[in-house]
Design a protein around this ligand. Structure first.
Ligand code: SAM
Length: 372
């Protein structure tokens, strides 16, 4: 792993013209290395903007900071919350969507509960009621008939579970569905990306068994209490976090970054579509969009400013990618409005696109902003 380029910037001398100077990189600390290793086993959900590959860099930074309580305010796949937990932080994982919250509940908040072989046998056995919502609503759209029957059937059992067992069962169902769906996104309903991979052939029931084993294997406790909450970032009580990690969905220059458009099926599946509104006239039967000011060029600057203000009492670590809006100078200036010291680390990070045959590469620069 290449070391991140690192420099420390001071916003003194006018917020718009911060001074740059070099800072020596710190050697990886053992707790960071251990946490990165633990996080490598974290079950991988294909999730837009997930930071799986940046975990070793993030762990290095977290290890340098003081304090024992941390908020991961945009937890997504959960991998960063899990890394913080592995480093001994008392973690609050937050996302405004339900399925990231249930994943964090199963893996971050949960210290010792796993699904037994009997639990898994029951969850994959015959249904205990005749519900058929998934079978009928998504007929001809996603998965095979048998797969959809299994999803309804699994939920007939999940409705009798509570606590961490329920969360692991739902997280496993979500991971199973994400793995079986081509590219893990629900923006199309045909098999245009069907390349015959095992993941696309394996029955959902078997995916579920594998996913449950994967989640079971990463359950551990550190003695530091952790929790998972589902909230808009602007509604989180900001008091009591030594460290706040922010990884918001930046406005992309082109296209959009709507999580609901891509993952509506996973969101619905995580609550059995209860309380959610399906847009019946859409081809993909997607859910109504959840507004977030971070996704739009005209609102993201104010949203970031408000977020930094909200967590100004904590050390802020912010992830940012160069192919996003606003630019890095703006982020640095905004953070400098509430923090006396703003450090910027550049991580050269290659994204891979396309198939193996036609692989193309593009350089994207990942930044970490640290405000103290
Ligand atoms: C870039 S992703 C986070 C990725 C995560 N760090 C990971 O490694 O998987 C951004 C997340 O922010 C969530 N989000 C967007 N707007 C939000 C808001 N206003 N409040 C809370 N969460 C929000 C999205 O649901 C999404 O999961």
């Amino acid at each position: 792993m290449a070391k991140p380029n690192s420099h420390r910037r001071s916003p003194s001398g006018g917020a718009n013209a911060p001074r740059l100077f070099e800072m020596a990189t710190t050697a990886p600390q053992s707790s960071a290395a251990r946490a990165a290793e633990a996080s490598a086993a974290f079950p991988r959900l294909r999730y837009m903007g997930s930071k799986y590959r940046l975990v070793p860099y993030l762990a290095d930074v977290f290890a340098e900071l003081e304090g024992g309580s941390a908020l991961d305010a945009f937890s997504g796949s959960g991998v960063v919350s899990y890394t913080l937990k592995a480093m001994g932080y008392s973690v609050t994982a937050n996302d405004f969507l339900a399925f990231p919250t249930v994943i964090a509940d199963a893996t971050v908040a949960n210290d010792d509960v796993t699904l037994s072989d009997d639990d898994v046998a029951r969850l994959t056995g015959p249904a205990i009621d005749d519900r058929d919502f998934i079978q009928t609503k998504f007929d001809g759209l996603y998965f095979t008939h048998e797969d959809r029957v299994f999803l309804d059937s699994a939920w007939s059992h999940i409705d009798r579970l509570d606590g961490a067992k329920r969360s692991i069962a739902i997280a496993s169902l979500v991971l199973a569905a994400a793995r079986k769906q081509p590219r893990g996104v629900f923006t199309f309903t045909d098999l245009r990306y069907d390349d015959g991979r095992r993941d696309l052939r394996l029955p959902l029931r078997e995916h579920f068994v594998e996913a449950a084993a994967a989640y079971n294997s990463v359950v551990f406790g550190t003695g530091a209490p952790c929790r998972a909450i589902q909230s808009d970032v602007f509604e989180i009580d900001p008091v009591g976090f030594d460290l706040v990690y922010l990884d918001p969905p930046y406005a992309p220059p082109k296209d959009d970054n709507c999580y609901i458009k891509r993952y509506h099926f996973l969101e619905g599946l995580s609550v059995y579509w209860r309380g959610l509104e399906i847009m019946e006239d859409t081809r993909t039967k997607k859910l109504t969009k959840r507004f977030t000011p971070f996704s739009y060029k005209r609102t993201i600057v104010d949203a970031l400013r408000d977020t930094f203000k909200r967590f100004s009492e904590s050390t802020i670590v912010l992830s940012y990618s160069s192919n996003a809006v606003p630019d890095a100078e703006t982020i640095e200036r905004l953070l400098g409005e509430v923090k006396s010291e703003v450090e910027v680390r550049r991580i050269d990070h290659r994204y891979h696109f396309g198939t193996h045959q036609a692989a193309s590469r593009r350089e994207a620069v990942e930044y970490l902003f640290i405000g103290r």
